[in-house]
Design a protein around this ligand. Structure first.
Ligand code: HEC
Length: 383
């Protein structure tokens, strides 16, 4: 058997007092690479071992200060140099507003890098085991014993001298700890990796062939392959191969009534007004007239455009000509347009156009009232 390398020599004690005195003697005898392991922290151990305060605090300070600096520099550069922007009237470099970010970055850099450096530096990452792991010594000192270990790295280390020294401390037992043999894991051997790769290839190929050739389905594509025609897609079923079909001739869309007299000056047939002049209809007509017609025709249809020369003033709606229009003719002008007046069929719905016709009739009658109308109006109570 090959010579095993010594990690260190351990001594176990049964009570805290003996470990404290053992620690004192070890530190006095000039060893530098040694340590104490106890199941719980023991008061006064730092002094007994003559341990100086940890330097980790400086690491934290430096990392924290670099966090502060990075945060301030970043905000100074972005907010006052590269993209200066006035926010709430504050100066470009506004320290009070920058405090939260500065604080956060300081804290996060200080803590995160302290933890990372502690793992890497003091605990020897990426090494994830220690020769003391898995020894009887470690099992005992984590239960009911107190131990001291003098490492072979110590410049003063000499196996027999150290053994004698430890014996003089009156321990329960003394042990020599060797470095464990390097373990090799079969999963990292080329043979195993080869088997792993072959398995992966065989399983994928088998799955693909089963699904694709034996079961006649494309793998993992089931949602995409649906028996329907999606918009813009081709169809083998129709001679012209278009998936999207034109509507059957004469089809009328739901809620849409075709207007057959577009482009004509006068509708070829008499259009009958289907709406009755109820209060609600007249109010609707008034609202729509004031919105869509009054800018050109004026609030009362006098042709006094508000557009002030931007558009040619229309004729009054109180002329004999306009008063003698049938309801259908006014509806036709709104739907079709007349000369330079455009069609309003896309702004005003069919029902609203008929309501406007009724409202125009009211305007015309009001401006051209006969005696009977005047008598009638006198008797109406207008709130
Ligand atoms: C952009 C301005 C404008 C708007 C808005 C407008 N019209 Fe006209 N309208 C005109 C002009 C200009 C004429 C004259 C067209 C012509 O030369 O025959 C006219 C003509 C008419 C006539 C025929 C008058 C006649 O004696 O020949 C009627 C009726 C009419 N408009 C109704 C309406 C109704 C109802 C609305 C609202 C839906 C409306 N107009 C909105 C500009 C407008």
């Amino acid at each position: 058997m090959a010579e095993k390398k010594i990690f260190g020599i351990t001594a176990l004690f049964k009570d805290p007092d003996s470990i404290i005195s053992a620690a004192k003697k070890t530190s006095l005898s000039g060893y530098t690479k040694w340590d104490v392991n106890t199941p719980y922290p023991i008061h006064g151990m730092d002094n007994a071992m003559n341990i100086k305060p940890s330097k980790l605090g400086f690491v934290t300070l430096i990392c924290g200060l670099s966090g502060t600096t990075i945060a301030l520099l970043l905000m100074w550069w972005t907010m006052s140099v590269d993209y200066p922007m006035v926010i709430g009237g504050k100066p470009f470099f506004s320290l009070p507003a920058f405090i939260p970010v500065t604080f956060e970055l300081t804290v996060i850099l200080a803590t995160a890098s302290t933890v990372a450096i502690m793992f890497a530096f003091f605990f020897g990452l990426p090494e994830n085991s220690h020769p003391l792991h898995d020894t009887d010594y470690m099992k005992k000192v984590s239960r009911d014993h107190y131990g001291v270990v003098i490492e072979a790295d110590d410049p003063k280390f000499n196996e027999t001298v150290v053994k004698d020294f430890l014996k003089s401390l009156n321990p329960v037992s003394i042990d020599v700890i060797y470095y464990p043999e390097k373990e090799t894991y079969p999963i990292f051997e080329p043979k195993f990796l080869g088997v792993l790769a072959a398995t992966a290839i065989i399983v994928s190929l088998g799955t693909y062939l089963t699904l694709n050739s034996l079961m006649y389905i494309e793998p993992f594509n089931w949602m995409m392959n649906q028996d329907k025609i999606i918009p813009q897609s081709k169809s083998e079923y129709f001679a012209d191969e278009r998936g999207m079909r034109m509507p059957v001739e004469g089809t009328v869309a739901r809620g849409f009534i075709p207007y057959p007299y577009l482009g004509e000056l006068i509708p070829t047939e008499v259009l009958l007004n289907p709406s009755i002049s109820t209060k609600a209809i007249l109010e609707l007509g008034e609202r729509k007239f004031l919105t869509y017609c009054s800018p050109c025709h004026g609030d009362f249809g006098d042709g006094d455009s508000r557009l002030r020369g931007q558009f040619q003033n229309p004729p009054t709606l109180h002329s004999d000509r306009a008063r003698n229009f049938s309801d259908g003719m006014i509806y036709h002008i709104m739907t079709n347009g007349q000369n330079i007046m455009p069609s309003y069929s896309s702004q005003v719905s069919r029902e609203e156009r008929w309501a406007i016709v009724n409202y125009i009739r009211v305007l015309q009658r009001a401006k051209n009232a006969n005696e009977h109308d005047v008598e009638f109006a006198k008797n109406i109570n207008i709130e």
